[in-house]
Design a protein around this ligand. Structure first.
Ligand SMILES: [Zn+2]
Length: 274
């Protein structure tokens, strides 16, 4: 599943390709994505130029000159790709936008948990999907004081807490595991028992691990566009994620895998003491 850094990279790739382009037509397949998309209703964006493309949590927001928007979510397997001249519709392509000069942006999604939504709300951040989202991890709103205040009475395990979209958005399973390792925090410790000093370290670790993944992805934007939008995890050197029974890169103890709230957590029992 694409996490925040992957979505951010897709968003940057889209910005490079699409800003200023004018919509000629829209197409959808006969299969619905997570939410149905009504082509006629969305005809408001035909003839409109794209003025901005932004990311909020894992939503990609395409803004048009007339203040209409599209919200795209990649779901589990969604991919964005671009084609010039000869449009080639393949199996699992569910949506495309045609721009002037036969330029196309395609949405491909094998499992169809992703979606494209059209909206006319002038302030898209008031949209029901966006209005209640917690702060972005890479902004100043997500800081140690904020996190400490929210967690000091939480009985939830710290890993579940930082993956909760009402606390901070976009910290998925992979990056939560990696950030906790860097901050030397055991994923099962109750959030309220984490010290202020550990919270300081955790906030920095979350920002660093996401920033590094975005950086790793950013350098592959051109490849990603050329290779028709294949979206893989960036070549981040994971310390714990998916490394069960492999030696910890710091202390050489074996990395352990446990289940927490239905998700796999990976940690080093000696670097991350309970
Ligand atoms: Zn270790």
């Amino acid at each position: 599943m694409p996490e925040l850094p992957e979505v951010e990279t897709v968003c940057r790739g889209m910005r490079d390709e699409l800003l200023g382009k004018k919509v000629v037509s829209l197409w959808k397949s006969d299969k619905n994505l997570r939410f149905p998309f009504n082509i006629e209703e969305a005809s408001g964006i035909i003839g409109q130029k794209i003025t901005h493309i932004k990311r909020r949590a894992k939503y990609i927001i395409i803004g048009f000159k007339n203040k209409n928007s599209l919200i795209i979510h990649l779901g589990m397997t969604g991919q964005i790709s671009f084609e010039k001249e000869n449009l080639n519709i393949k199996k699992h392509d569910h949506f495309y936008i045609e721009f002037f000069d036969k330029f196309y942006m395609k949405f491909h999604d094998v499992r169809r948990f992703g979606f494209v939504i059209y909206d006319q709300t002038a302030n898209i951040y008031k949209h029901r999907l966006l209005k209640d989202l917690a702060p972005e991890p890479l902004t100043e709103d997500f800081n140690s004081e904020y996190l400490f205040t929210l967690l000091k009475s939480s009985n939830k395990a710290i890993k579940e807490a930082i993956m909760n979209n009402h606390i901070v958005v976009g910290v998925g399973n992979i990056y939560a595991s990696e950030a906790l390792f860097r901050a030397n925090i055991h994923p099962e410790i109750k959030a309220k028992n984490i010290t202020r000093h550990q919270i300081d370290k955790l906030v920095i670790s979350i920002k660093d691990v996401l920033q590094e993944a975005i950086y790793a992805g950013g350098s592959s934007i051109n490849d990603y566009v050329k290779s028709n939008g294949e979206l893989g995890y960036f070549q981040l050197n994971f310390n714990v994620y998916n490394r069960e029974n492999l030696p910890c890169k710091i202390c050489e103890n074996k990395i352990i895998k446990i289940k927490q709230a239905g998700r796999s957590s990976y940690f080093c029992p000696s670097c991350q003491k309970y």
